[in-house]
Write a protein that binds this ligand. Structure first.
Ligand code: NAD
Ligand code: IPM
Ligand code: MN
Length: 371
């Protein structure tokens, strides 16, 4: 029995989660998987009604889950950070989900924004450190509200936290070797026995303490993986290259803050926020991992029924993978790929006129017809 905690959250969160739960039910039936759903009612509405952000009892309940599905949190009526920090970041930290895994893959049939770049060129995965850096909330104000005000926000980087993230990235690169060698390797790289590549993205030329630690750890860990090419890019150049030459990236490993930023850019390369999936992973499985679309609560389109549910559905596929149900994951991904090969139905973000529910139903028909 798979116990699944569900945080539908705010805005389009419930709209996309409901559709993914329908897909989950169908795939579980086909694969003979037993599961139970444990909805946790937290988010902006609850906060505005009761003042509660994430009660301890909810954390306890979620801790007993195998995995968590999350829609999005963030509410226009709630000051920025209250829900994001109080729910999302708290769960990522409390459950030691120190890897944020964000694939960037252009599906055939989707016209990406880059001229002349197709699915063979856009196929990378970002391993974002998810428990440290500027996200830890270390800092404070001095003389707040006065003209002499000072605000300090500190980036925390631990050798152990960085090293486990780097190791995860190199292991992932090895796993990707089963799909064939990385196409961006040169003849001479291949001649040296390299099969895949990890690009560390940081800013060693400015963050000469934090990213010096990252660089030394990268060199040390990289030596343990002689079959994987170690590559380094400064984050600014990385942004430029993701646009002009996405084909030069295989696995990217980066800090929490930079990973947040470059994965919105990555989302656009694969067709937009409506298609970008992610997993907050505790690789040791000591705590539940949490799967969520990269996008937020999208207040500008919430309530209209037109949010693209595919990012949430692809996050569900990542959940199945994490649980070892690769058959279920494959069914979901194949159906999404099949849907995107057709011109319709598509939600407005992909230039179509379909609703969230219609796209979900089309995914379900494709799953049904291929079983
Ligand atoms: P956003 O991702 O919610 O929206 C950015 C743009 O992408 C908007 O134009 C939106 O309409 C579009 N978009 C997003 N998801 C879409 C979908 N499924 N289909 C079609 N279009 C989609 O980012 P934002 O506007 O910066 O943030 C809104 C709120 O969400 C904020 O409160 C923010 O803190 C929060 N947020 C939460 C998460 C999360 O819970 N994981 C992630 C990002 C932002
Ligand atoms: C994301 C979001 C979150 C982040 C916010 C909402 C805290 O932008 O998941 O990408 O910065 O990690
Ligand atoms: Mn983000």
């Amino acid at each position: 029995m798979i116990r699944i905690g569900v945080i539908a959250g705010d805005g389009v969160g419930p709209e996309v989660i409901n559709v993914s739960l329908d897909v989950l039910a169908q795939v579980a039936r086909l694969e003979g998987l037993e599961y139970s759903l444990h909805p946790v009612d937290i988010g902006g509405e609850r906060y505005l009604k009761t003042g509660e952000v994430l009660p301890d009892s909810a954390v306890r309940d979620l801790r007993g889950m195998d995995v968590i599905l999350l829609g999005a949190v963030g509410h226009p009526g709630v000051p920025p950070g209250v829900l994001e920090q109080g729910i999302l970041l708290k769960l990522r930290f409390d459950f030691q989900q120190y890897i944020n895994l964000r694939p960037v893959r252009l599906f055939p049939g989707i016209e990406g924004p880059l001229r002349g770049k197709g699915p063979d060129d856009v196929d990378m995965i970002v391993v974002r450190e998810n428990n440290e850096d500027l996200y830890v909330g270390a800092g404070g104000f001095l003389r707040k509200g006065t003209p002499e005000e000072v605000a300090i926000q500190t980036s925390m980087n631990t050798r152990a936290g960085v090293e486990r993230t780097l190791r995860y990235a190199f292991d992932l690169a090895r796993r990707r070797a089963s799909e064939g060698p990385f196409r961006g390797l040169s003849e001479s790289d291949r001649g040296r026995g390299l099969v895949r590549q990890v690009t560390m993205v940081a800013k060693t030329n400015v963050l000469t303490f934090a990213h010096d630690l990252w660089m030394r750890a990268f060199d040390d860990v990289g030596r343990e993986y002689p079959d994987i090419k170690s590559d380094y890019q400064h984050v600014d150049a990385c942004c430029m290259r993701m646009v002009v030459a996405p084909e030069r990236f295989d696995v990217i490993v980066t800090t929490n803050m930079f990973g947040d930023i470059i994965t919105d850019l990555g989302a656009v390369l694969q067709g937009g926020m409506g298609l970008a999936a992610s997993g907050n992973i505790n690789p040791e499985r000591a705590f539940p991992s949490m799967f969520e679309p990269v996008h937020g609560s999208a207040p500008d389109i919430a309530g209209k029924g037109v949010a693209n549910p595919l990012a949430a559905i692809l996050s569900l596929a990542m959940m199945f993978d994490h649980l070892g149900h690769t058959g279920a994951a494959g069914r979901v991904r194949a159906a999404v790929a099949g849907l995107l090969r057709q011109p319709t139905p598509r939600t407005p973000d992909l230039g179509g006129r379909a609703t969230t529910i219609e796209v979900g139903q089309a995914v379900q028909s494709l799953i049904a017809s291929s079983s």
